[in-house]
Design a protein around this ligand. Sequence first.
Ligand code: PDD
Length: 279
Amino acid sequence: RTVYVNGVFCPEDQGRVSIFDRGFLFADAVYEVVSVLDGRLVDFSGHMARLRRSLGELAMPQPAGEAELLAIHRELVARNGLVEGAVYMQVTRGAADRDFLFPPEDTRPSLVLFTQASSLVEKPAATSGLRVVTLPDLRWQRCDIKTVQLLYPSMAKTEAKRRGADDAWLVKDGFVTEGSSNNAYIVPGDGTLVTRPLSPAILPGITRTAVLRLAGVAGMAIDERPFSVEEALSAREAFITSASSFVLPVVEIDGQRIGDGTPGETARLLRAIYIEEAR
Ligand code: PDD
């Protein structure tokens, strides 16, 4: 694989970042994952708008302009012959003496990109559905910023696997915030699409924005409000969205079947129209 590190395209085993990099020492870094379908970037400008916001919230400098970042993404996709998968991009505050204080303003941010090939359209989980378990949301209170501070989500997903499930839904004060790396939705008996409103408690998913727009166009009723674990357990359907999963049905929560225990019609339809539009 060819990767990109601070202005240079190189073989992955030659990519180097300082051990003093604040991304490594303080998780002082933000990232984006842009999916690639048929060799094309999906919703690139949406991801860049969120990156700008994440950087702004952390008073971190822009590593490059959007046109340059687009050129780097495209070059990396081309060099790796990537047809389906994702481009991962990470920006850190750069390398500096270890100090809790932010380093001087002229510290050069680190910019790293790599590609990951994977099947996005043909996914077993699209037909089998996902099983999730609920776990307490022990993350910090700025989950709207896409930082690389991913230890707790990583622990939660690992605990979910240990319990025989596929992923975790995180719960705060009895209400679901989101999945370990995706946004969470339910469809109660009346057919309304319910998902938590944007706030510092969740990441503003780029796929979420697209899926809510497509659901509106398809004439679905949408209610952006928090939902409880109890309400999710008695819902007709549940599903998740993210750049790497698009839309995937959830068929079991904490060992209890959702609806009839098979992927729901809303999730199936939204997945199909999302993929159609992305192509
Ligand atoms: N995860 N919520 C969380 C906590 C996430 O980490 C993600 C994305 C999402 C969905 O956002 P989007 O639709 O923009 O991908 C929601 C990425 C894919 C990851 O960490 O790999």
